[in-house]
Design a protein around this ligand. Structure first.
Ligand code: SAH
Length: 256
């Protein structure tokens, strides 16, 4: 018996992995995170499966569903939004399962930061412009360790993807303006990959007003990066015909 933690992807039901979908189809117990996991994903469950929303459950109740399934020797598909490596409560749940001696495995999913980049049609790293992506959140009811404050993360000028922060957009902008100029590019993607997806592009100076006018309050990714505006970047070495790598020899040898 195993509890499978499955990343359901960002919303579009076709964005779950084949492996994740097959597990949802065959597990006799399916426990999904309420409104954030698309109904079509859960609809893949077997007719006889016990399908439960964890929306109103606390950690004890979630663990007790797993324990019950363990006692009945039934596999569990624990289906959660995006990927399990980011803000998913995987760690606290698996710590409990370990105490009970219950086996578990993780099946990765497409994260909402990736779906947001796809919606924007945007590579988040550009040759010689930006080679680092920081995934973080603004400090709110859930505190962020002081060393990870937005101002210090911004110093890197890496692409910043902020989860769980749209309701704190004013604070985000205020802190980032301490480091960046007012015209620093920002994009907000609400409900990436859902039919209701919305995209807002702007700068630190006008993003708050646009987000508030659009009434965006949840399920949105804030992406802050110069890559959103940069057109003057170099081609990468990957497809450069003067550059050899493991799979391809250079066709043109540069004179030294
Ligand atoms: N594990 C998830 C993140 C869970 S935290 C993942 O990998 O995506 C929840 C936050 O994710 C939301 O506050 C929002 O910032 C972001 N999010 C989730 N789904 C989203 C979507 N479809 N579009 C934009 N942001 C989304």
């Amino acid at each position: 018996m195993t509890v499978y933690f499955i990343g359901a992807g960002p919303g579009d039901p076709d964005l779950i992995t084949v492996k994740g979908a097959k597990l949802v189809e065959r597990c006799p117990v399916v426990l999904y995170t309420g409104s954030l996991v698309p109904a079509e994903v859960v609809a893949r469950a077997n007719d006889e499966a016990l399908v439960l929303s964890s929306e109103a459950m606390d950690l004890d109740e979630i663990v007790s569903v797993c324990k019950q399934a363990y006692d009945n020797n039934q596999d569990v598909a624990r289906v959660q939004t995006g990927d399990l490596s980011i803000y998913s409560s995987l760690a606290e749940t698996t710590r409990r399962l370990d105490e009970l001696g219950i086996d578990w495995q993780v099946v990765p999913g497409v994260s909402s930061f990736q779906a947001s980049a796809a919606a924007l049609g945007q590579e988040l790293t550009l040759p010689e412009v930006c080679q680092t992506i920081i995934l973080s959140r603004a400090s709110g009811r859930t505190p962020v360790p002081d060393k990870e404050n937005l101002k210090s993360l911004a110093q890197h000028e890496a692409t910043l993807c902020l989860f769980l922060s749209i309701s704190l957009i004013r604070k985000v902008v205020r802190e980032l303006k301490e480091v960046y100029s007012d015209d620093w590019p920002v994009a907000v993607v609400e409900k990436a990959s859902h039919p209701e997806q919305r995209i807002i592009r702007g700068t630190l100076d006008n993003i708050t007003q646009q987000v508030e006018a659009a009434g965006i309050k949840a399920t949105a990714m804030i992406i802050v990066s110069k890559v959103l505006q940069e057109k003057d970047f170099k081609d990468s070495k990957l497809y450069d015909n003067t550059f050899s790598h493991g799979f391809r020899r250079a066709r043109i040898v540069e004179a030294n």
